[in-house]
Design a protein around this ligand. Structure first.
Ligand code: 5GP
Ligand code: ZN
Length: 136
């Protein structure tokens, strides 16, 4: 897509700090470096986000993730990693070309803040929601 920043990086029109490339995917450092080594893995074919990908395209992309993530872990000596795909604006997506964030973690005071607010389990509600999703 002509106005897509990641397509421009893939086409070599914009520079990027590449860490891995093959015929289907490219991994490069996120310009914002939320934590040191923060990497993006993108498929070479443009899709808006994961919600729009078919099983084959998604499996080709995800097949690359463990090896690239392991390289980032090895290089950064991080203690763990969050692997995140933001889909749509409400979920924090700002670049509308599928990408997977690899965010190495160094401690509770590093700069990635994810807050899962846990609620008391309501088992009737869980069963109802599961049924709705199953039938969707
Ligand atoms: P999102 O918010 O869509 O999940 O993630 C998009 C990411 O792309 C952001 O973390 C942002 O820092 C990164 N980004 C945006 N523009 C560029 C760019 O030109 N080069 C690189 N390397 N990263 C970018
Ligand atoms: Zn694109």
């Amino acid at each position: 897509m002509s106005d897509c920043i990641f397509c421009k990086i893939l086409a070599g029109e914009i520079p990027a700090s590449k860490v891995y490339e093959d015929d289907q995917a490219l991994a490069f450092l996120d310009i914002s470096q939320v934590t040191p080594g923060h990497t993006l893995v993108v498929p070479k074919k443009h899709h808006r986000n994961l919600l729009e990908m078919d099983a084959t395209s998604a499996s080709q992309l995800f097949a690359k993730i463990p090896a690239i993530a392991q390289k980032v872990m090895k290089a950064t000596k991080a203690d763990g990693m969050n692997i995140i795909a933001n889909c749509e604006e409400i979920a924090g997506q700002t670049v509308f070309h599928t990408h997977v964030h690899l965010v190495p973690r160094y401690g509770t005071d590093d700069d990635l803040k994810i807050d899962f607010v846990a609620h008391e389990p309501d088992f009737d509600k869980l069963a109802q929601v599961a049924e709705t999703i199953k039938n969707a």
